[in-house]
Design a protein around this ligand. Structure first.
Ligand SMILES: Nc1nc2c(ncn2[C@@H]2O[C@H](COP(=O)(O)OP(=O)(O)OP(=O)(O)O)[C@@H](O)[C@H]2O)c(=O)[nH]1
Ligand SMILES: [Mg+2]
Length: 204
């Protein structure tokens, strides 16, 4: 998958304000500060396209980036930094919940980021439980910031998460990735997956 062009399209505070569904969308979601915006920049090869910050809660709006004028990367506000939960929507942004529940067929795949250094976190477990049970789009897990520890520690983290969290989910993830915005780990794997998903649908 070659990235020829990557452009910021628009930001939306609510699902209603999102652009009309037109092209396949690939969304990035996870706790504040887990590295969603950094991963999007890694994928497109443009450092400043999505805004990155050391302070959690940098991405407050749903941001759409148009790739190769054919499909979209969607940078979602992180959870764990927003309002208190409403029913099973856990503790995350209402607009994000609406988007993930109601965006429809254009939402081709969600990538859920998990900090590779941490044991399973309550919020991630709550979010994934909700996503798997209440939404329809396929999703994958992305263990981020893998450069911050040894490969073996990251593998242990992934295995533990799989055993303690994934095993109980109503719908399993399609794939699991480990990534680093620092050493570019995982870039070609995620882009390859997006390419396959775009291709398989186009072929139908
Ligand atoms: N070492 C390392 N640092 C990273 C990596 N990815 C992100 N960071 C750092 O982690 C911090 C948060 O990164 P962001 O990409 O802004 O995280 P986010 O998930 O978009 O955060 P919100 O928009 O606040 O939800 C920044 O200081 C990044 O430089 C990574 O792979 N490795
Ligand atoms: Mg962000």
């Amino acid at each position: 998958m070659k990235i020829a062009t990557a452009e910021f399209l628009t930001s939306a505070p609510t699902l209603a304000a999102c652009p009309p569904p037109a092209a396949p969308e690939f969304a990035f979601i996870g706790r504040s500060n887990v590295g969603k915006s950094s991963l999007i920049n890694l994928l497109v090869g443009r450092r400043g396209l999505a805004k990155v910050s050391e302070t959690p809660g940098k991405t407050q709006l749903i941001n759409f980036f148009s790739i190769n004028a054919a499909w979209l990367l969607v940078d979602l506000p992180g959870y764990g930094f927003a309002k208190v939960s409403k029913d099973r929507r856990a503790d995350f942004n209402e607009a994000v919940a609406d988007y993930l529940e109601q965006r429809g067929e254009v939402l081709r795949h969600s990538f859920v980021l998990i900090d590779s250094r941490l044991p399973p976190q309550k919020l991630d477990v709550a979010f994934l439980g909700w996503l798997a049970a209440e939404t329809a789009a396929p999703y994958s897990l992305v263990f981020s910031k893998a450069d911050k520890q040894s490969k073996s520690k990251t593998q242990l983290s992934v295995q533990r998460f799989s055993r303690e969290v994934v095993a109980d989910l109503a719908r399993p993830p399609v794939a699991t990735f480990t990534t680093s915005a620092v050493n570019r780990e995982g870039r070609s794997e995620i882009l390859g997956t997006i390419g396959t998903l775009l291709g398989s649908r186009a072929a139908k």
